[in-house]
Ligand binder design. Sequence first.
Ligand SMILES: O=C(O)CCC(=O)C(=O)O
Length: 224
Amino acid sequence: MTMDLFSQSQNANGLVGSETGAVQEIPLVDGELTLHTNGFSTQEADHYFTQLQESLAWTQEKISMYGKTHNVPRLSAWYGDDGVPYTYSGITAYGLPWTESLQAIKAKVEQLASAHFNSVLANLYRDGSDSVSWHADDESELGPAPVIASVSLGQERTFQLKHKFDKTLKTNVLLPHGSVLIMRGATQQHWLHQIAKSRRAMSPRINLTFRLVDKRLAEASAKR
Ligand SMILES: O=C(O)CCC(=O)C(=O)O
């Protein structure tokens, strides 16, 4: 049985997230989710989308699986405070310095989340065939109960969640242009999330996930 977690805020499609101006505390077993549907006005979101699409250092990362190298199905870029490391595919690297736009977005998001962030992972989904597969943001350097603030600009996509241990628990959240989804508490310990591929014609989407990386823990896990 799939639990009906969103009976008060579902739209006609059974998805949440389409109410203008809404701040929704989304009830989630073993987790905490808040969706600011209009965290950024349409005008601000339009401006930042164009600005970031043109100016961020978008990179095609590669992943090795079963002895073969594949392109990751999206472009990405890391930015952060000086000396904040991040690790991917066993490699430790350092983020680029904040751009003016990213700093302005970070300030707004920190206010919405009442939290401080020192790095951001930017993802560019070029069309519906770009995606991110099931995972949790549960790296040890984020701590046991990280606050992650996720900004969506451009094409609305569906953020899918499934519980790690109780297979009956799953849900979908629509992430519209200008929205900010905040995950906190035990969410990363108990839930996986993904943006699935879609066969529908889709325009580009930029996602920014702001995080607070513990430098000492990141360096320690890189040495392991
Ligand atoms: O694009 C999204 O909304 C999710 C991105 C994500 O899960 C990640 O970067 O870890």
